[in-house]
Write a protein that binds this ligand. Sequence first.
Ligand code: PGA
Length: 253
Amino acid sequence: MKPLIVANWKINPSTLAEAKRLFNSVAKGIKNIGRTEVVICPPFLYLPTIQQSNISTIKLGAQDCFWEEKGAFTGEISPAMLKDLGVDYVIIGHSERRKYLKETDEKVNKKLRAVLKTGLKAILCVGSIQRGEKGGREMSRQLEKSLVKVKKSDLKNIVFTYEPIWAISTTRGSAVATPENTKDGAIFIKKTLFKLFNKPPKIKIIYGGSVDSSNIRGFIEGAEMDGVLIGAASLKAEDFIAAVKNIDKLRKT
Ligand code: PGA
């Protein structure tokens, strides 16, 4: 399985010109990678322009979508529209949407099913605000409710993203997750899936929370993750390129 590195640009950069510059620098910097899958998730508005670059080493992702295909839902974007644009992945249930947009597990579930039905891959975020037992309960609830009516055969199209909220760069203060913490998170996700599905297939689990070029190796090697989701550091072309190369190089040796 190729390691997966997802760049979540969130609501950045502020102009299309800057977005093009960032994308072109990253595309140039990683043009020789061969063993890592890179997905860039820019704001919706930049997707068509970036898509035109048609860079084979980079796949496109969206940061969210709505659950209906079409109709009177002002301001929303459907999975079908994203597919039509050449998008491969959609992030669902990011902690910032759960927090600021009051996105519930039920809405996450509807979005997840719509994404899978459209034939796109979902990057499903789960993570707790608290640590320990309480955090575990929060994560099992998120997984259980997000996966209602999701078929076992669809699990291969879901990338489970472990996102301890206390470790995300914009909220963390001084707390940084260690590879040990994240390994525990991944084991927890696997155990919960075993409870929910009879013999689930091998699933992809990635980690998100203050990853950059200096710590990425630890999260992938030490925590045995299948990849990472990078927020803040994905906006700095040099750092993001270095992070990708660190992992690509690792897989060649
Ligand atoms: P960060 O974001 O890399 O800025 O901590 C990660 C995330 O949003 O999961």
